[in-house]
Design a protein around this ligand. Sequence first.
Ligand SMILES: NC(=O)c1ccc[n+]([C@@H]2O[C@H](COP(=O)([O-])OP(=O)(O)OC[C@H]3O[C@@H](n4cnc5c(N)ncnc54)[C@H](O)[C@@H]3O)[C@@H](O)[C@H]2O)c1
Length: 364
Amino acid sequence: MPQNTRYGIIGCGMMGQEHVKNIALLEGTEIAAVFEPDAQMRAAASRLAPDATFATSLSELLARADLDCLVIASPNYRHAEQIAQIADSRPLPLLVEKPLLTDPDDLPRLTRIAKTYPAPIWVAMEYRYMPPIAALLEAAPAITGGVRMLTIREHRFPFLEKVGNWNRFNSQTGGTFVEKCCHFFDLMRLVIGHPPVRVMASAAQSVNHLDECHQGHTPDIIDNGYVIVDFKGGARAMLELCMFAEGARFQEVISAIGDQGKVEAFVPGPTRFWPTDLGPAPTPLIEISPRHPKGPELRETPVDPRLLQAGDHNGSTFYQHQKFLDLVRGHLPAPAVTFGDGVWAVRMGLAAQQSALTGQAVSL
Ligand SMILES: NC(=O)c1ccc[n+]([C@@H]2O[C@H](COP(=O)([O-])OP(=O)(O)OC[C@H]3O[C@@H](n4cnc5c(N)ncnc54)[C@H](O)[C@@H]3O)[C@@H](O)[C@H]2O)c1
């Protein structure tokens, strides 16, 4: 019998638990150790991974001799320091949650670390693996004839409550365009296939969290905005974000258009937020709309209900872990989402934050 692949989980709150549930669906895997400082989250994690050992520090977790790979799902502002500590003491294959970093001052050091890190580093970008978005990624080149315009519209619920309210402040998240929209900047680069050259944004915190106070401070995070990105080669992309719009049927609508036609993906939000009295949650869709001959075609891209149960991201965490496991076992030559992809997504997010603040376009 081959040995189980043994994971160490760093941070086991909402997303860490989603990782644990999805890893559990993969044959021959085991959650061996967890470092989670919050007692309530630790208790929830131990119900999901009863055989795991709970370390009291990251150093203690890294000192274990029997780990094969690591997953970082701690708050954003911890990622850079934890990557550095791991690189120093136990550089195992690593899946690190987005965003890779929040403070641009950490970038030179992290880049040096990534160059000499002796194992693969995969940056978690679950959106790439949602079935309707994967279908759009596959269909876009042939249907569009080359994407000239990409629009990503996200209309969703406000940020959820997190341990210690870390997600309420730009200083700990990198800002909304870094924290959550790095996914969309990653998709823009992936679909368009060229580097971004300029970012323009208009955004504000208009509605959410304004009546909250955490240790004497009111949250300062953007809840709505537009970002326009110009790409080398002439394509352009736009993000429309609204975080007080969870009444919508679909959470994200993504349209990719070229001179041959258009592809759209319709992505529902987390199934657990869909009111049961409204019947079944919406099925994800893509619509293929060639120009000649005209004839838009709607296709369902359903998600396995077992995967919907294991998280809030349309099954994508499972598909990502399938590939990460292939990488750890040596069946995949390199990470599908590289350190460089993670850095680009953060740079675009930081540029959008800066543009929204200054009213000026930011060149990259
Ligand atoms: N890819 C996605 O779709 C997606 C979705 C949600 C969250 N995330 C990312 O996952 C990470 C965790 O977010 P979350 O929603 O689970 O937040 P969370 O607050 O629910 O969980 C974070 C956990 O980390 C723990 N923690 C705090 N300091 C730590 C430290 N120094 N070391 C280890 N653990 C520590 C907290 O106690 C908490 O339980 C964030 O980086 C977030 O951006 C990604």
